[in-house]
Design a binder for this molecule. Structure first.
Ligand SMILES: [Zn+2]
Length: 286
């Protein structure tokens, strides 16, 4: 069964792109919306194999680490050129962690390009509607504040409930805290994305309430200080997924020198089920 959302991998490495590689970048599309999640080095080039930057409805950045966002520097130029040619419909919605947003906008975007972006700050529990895509943000555990996210597709207007009242103009809705938990039995998210994180309760909840989990695999094996870890590793991710009812586990954010097939195998053994390794250019129909 498909939820009508596709996920395309634009980059799958960190903390720097290896030869011919690219860092974190993920394009999610529905019938109505196209959202880029992360724009790490190299991912902007791959994005354009699938859509024009002027056709994006939003760009979401999970946290302020360069391997997740540095291509935004040159995206500024692409948007400026489109603006000058008259092909830019309006400012690009840019969804960002609230903490540190002003500094980021001042230092990375700069005053001259600020008009090209419509900044939307998020906190733990924020819900952002972009066309028919609904993102719910969850604070994870990383060196800086990092937000994993659950993605669902909103029912078409006119259907049951209050969905018809949620218009494009109301694109930012801050949910009351704590974030409403998704019941595994009733409303699993179509996609959970871990962002960068070490083991934490929010991650466990995300894995337990998603149909598909896109999980970072920044470490090849368990670190010495497991409790203080800021990334995940194959054994842990596989064990986390075991018994959750996940339909699909996809690993990403591989170190450039990692043996990807070996990491996927290790996660699969711990999971007791097949695991996928994200590859640039692949599209998953979710
Ligand atoms: Zn990071």
């Amino acid at each position: 069964m498909s939820d009508g959302i596709s996920l395309t991998i634009l980059g799958n490495q960190g903390p720097y792109p290896g030869r011919d590689g690219a860092c974190s970048g993920y394009l999610v599309r529905s019938g109505r919306g196209a959202v880029c999640v992360e724009l790490g080095p190299g991912s902007l080039a791959h994005l354009q194999r699938h859509t024009a930057v002027t056709r994006l409805d939003a760009l979401i950045i999970s946290h302020y680490h360069a391997d997740h966002l540095s291509d935004i520097l040159t995206l500024r130029y692409a948007l400026r050129m489109a603006q000058q040619r008259g092909t830019l419909a309006g400012a690009l919605r840019l969804v960002l962690p609230a903490a540190g947003m002003d500094e980021f906008l001042a230092s990375y975007i700069g005053a001259a390009y600020r008009e090209l972006f419509d900044a939307v700050p998020v906190e733990d529990g924020s819900v952002v509607n972009i066309e028919d895509l609904v993102f719910t943000f969850h604070r994870m555990k990383h060196g800086v504040e990092s937000f994993g996210m659950a993605l669902q597709r909103r029912a078409e207007s006119g259907s049951a409930g209050d969905s018809a009242s949620i218009g494009v103009a109301d694109r930012r809705v801050l949910a009351p805290k704590p974030a409403p938990a998704l019941s595994p039995a009733t409303s699993r998210a179509t996609l959970g994305y871990t962002s960068d994180t070490g083991p934490c309760e929010a991650l466990e909840a995300l894995a337990a309430t998603s149909r598909v989990l896109l999980a970072e695999c920044g470490f090849s094996e368990a670190p010495v200080d497991v409790g203080g870890a800021g990334h995940l590793w194959p054994d842990y991710i596989g064990s986390l997924a075991r018994g959750t009812g996940l339909n699909r586990l996809i690993l990403t954010h591989f170190a450039p020198d990692a043996d990807q097939p070996a990491l996927v195998r290790a996660a699969s053994e711990a999971h007791g089920a097949m695991v996928w390794g994200a590859a640039i250019g692949e599209t998953y129909e979710l």
